[in-house]
Design a binder for this molecule. Structure first.
Ligand code: UDP
Length: 254
């Protein structure tokens, strides 16, 4: 097959031109970065696991009516997605204090928040993805008030659904990051969930022991990084080693 044209290479993924207009191929790499690429490394097998985990979560979300860019998985490392105009925001949802929230505000890591918090960061590596308020977003035209209303509504639904889904397999969804894009269909514009949902952009802790099963294992040099990602896939019942016949679905925890 002819090599596809590469459109963009990010830290963990590459985007290629898709087979039909309006589609792209999203390739998942094993590369990992943290602290705005100041720390770099490779997590063997991460791309395969994230491709599978993201496919699973996006599919479950589509089933409850969340519009996403995901079309289908093509192979171990690639998925077909709809080409969208990415809104330059990282939308972070927090259910439990951790990471930058704990550091900035001195809230003990692990403290459950009285209600979920949504934060926005402006996607700009040169500026270190600064946190921004709704006023900045609308003032500089990154998204309209209507876009933000849609983004908040979708984000809260995603959070409720994923919190329950992960809790069912014994995992606490501490926080995560979403990205959204604009999809044009005829004259209509729709905001859809884009990027990926995986242990690269979620904090996932074992509900009983608090053990981390996400990128913090890499960020904080905790070791067994790949094992953490694998455990998430195993609990969701989607370890890629298992063929489709062996996929028994989520392992429900008591
Ligand atoms: N996050 C992400 N990409 C980023 C920054 C954060 O996916 O560029 C995710 C991160 O994995 C965590 C959540 O967003 O699940 C909140 O991250 P936090 O603000 O605590 O940042 P960090 O710990 O990365 O400094």
């Amino acid at each position: 097959m002819a090599r596809r044209r590469q459109l963009y290479e990010g830290k963990a993924k590459i985007l290629f031109e898709g087979p039909e207009p309006g589609t792209l191929v999203q390739y998942f790499k094993d590369d990992a970065t943290a602290f705005n690429a100041k720390k770099k490394g490779t997590i063997t097998g991460k791309g395969v696991l994230n491709n599978r985990i993201s496919e699973y979560l996006m599919t479950r979300l589509a089933e409850i009516g969340i519009p996403t860019h995901f079309i289908r998985r093509l192979n171990m490392r690639e998925q077909l997605i709809r080409e969208v105009e990415i809104i330059p925001l990282e939308v972070v949802v927090r259910n439990v204090a951790a990471g930058s929230l704990s550091q900035r505000l001195g809230i003990t890591e692990g403290q459950r928040l009285p209600r979920s918090i949504i934060e926005y960061y402006y996607k700009n590596d040169a500026l270190n993805d600064p946190m921004v308020a709704e006023e900045h977003i609308t003032c500089f035209g990154w998204a309209s008030t209507q876009d933000l209303d849609d983004i908040v509504a979708l984000t809260l639904r995603v959070n409720d659904f994923l919190t329950g889904l992960f809790l069912g397999v014994g995992i606490t969804l501490v926080d995560f990051k979403l990205e959204f894009g604009r999809l044009w269909e005829n004259e209509e514009m729709r905001i859809v969930l884009a990027d990926e949902i995986s242990p690269d952009n979620c904090r996932l802790w074992d509900a009983k022991t608090g053990e981390k099963m996400d990128k913090d294992r890499f960020r904080r040099d905790l070791g067994k990084v790949e094992e953490g990602y694998q455990e998430v896939a195993r609990r969701l019942g989607i370890l890629p080693e298992a063929g489709p016949r062996d996929m028994t679905g989520p392992e429900v925890m008591q």
